[in-house]
Design a protein around this ligand. Structure first.
Ligand code: URA
Length: 255
């Protein structure tokens, strides 16, 4: 799994419960932490969990690589671990072997990076790496997410230009179902036709894309996430299917 991919030693040690944030440096100074037989003193040393042999004071540590999957979420599935009786959860589409692998290797639970609405399709990432999901989903990091959108009403050429400008500046979004009103951050709107477009946003508020268009007097009738950061949805994946991310894809997300 993910043979070439490397991560900082301190984040791996903390996540796997080998050390706490405050104690990593001391652990490296006081104990003989070896990677492939050579002592490591730098907490920023980059580990490859697939290939590197790690030991602490001569005792081998088996640190299984984390799981990173992309799914093409199908509509009518929910981003929740609990079945609501109406729709299948997205976890029911993840092959069982990944849950077994996570359990056998004491990894964190498989979870999604952010969420998509029940009727939204497209790119959904699953992982056991909580640091990774946190940094991608955290609004402070402003990770770009691009959606393909189909709208109920057509927009004239003049109105499409106006909307492009509005979206690029940001505008007021009223509250919805106990979710606060907000001013949208600048986003990029690119029209494909009079009623379909791509929208790139750097935040992920509740029903964000739908609320943005609704605030402009239109309605989203189809929504599909097509990329997160530089990672594009593999269009060869049929709805409901998933596959492991390649090293190249992971490198795009860890940049
Ligand atoms: N914006 C929405 O309105 N819904 C989603 O599922 C994702 C973004």
């Amino acid at each position: 799994m993910n043979g070439l991919f490397k991560e900082r030693l301190d984040t791996v040690f903390i996540r796997r419960g080998i050390s706490t944030h405050r104690r990593v440096r001391r652990l490296l100074q006081k104990h003989n932490v070896c990677v492939n037989g050579s002592r490591v003193l730098e907490s920023g040393f980059r580990l490859n969990l697939t290939l590197d042999k790690i030991s602490i004071d001569g005792i081998k540590k088996n640190l299984a690589p984390d799981i990173y999957l992309m799914m093409n979420k199908q509509a009518d599935s929910i981003c929740s671990t609990k079945d609501d009786g109406l729709y299948k959860t997205v976890y029911s589409f993840v092959p069982k072997k990944y849950f077994e692998y996570a359990k056998e290797n004491s990894l964190q639970k498989i979870h999604t990076v952010g969420r998509l609405d029940t009727d939204t399709e497209g790119l959904l990432i699953f992982t056991t790496n909580g640091d990774f999901s946190h940094s991608l989903a955290n609004p402070l990091f402003h990770v770009k997410k691009t959606y393909y959108v189909e709208l109920e009403k057509t927009e004239s050429e003049a109105q499409r230009k106006i909307l492009e400008e509005k979206f690029s500046e940001g505008f007021f979004i009223p509250e919805e179902k106990n979710e606060k009103e907000f001013i949208s951050r600048p986003s990029i709107l690119e029209w494909n036709s009079e009623s379909s477009c791509r929208l790139t946003i750097t935040e992920g508020k509740f029903h964000q894309v739908k609320r943005m268009f609704s605030a402009q007097g239109n309605k989203v009738v189809f929504l599909k996430r097509i990329s997160i950061g530089s990672l594009a949805l593999d269009e060869k994946l049929a709805p409901g299917n998933s596959r492991e991310l390649s090293n190249e894809e992971l490198s795009l997300l860890f940049k």
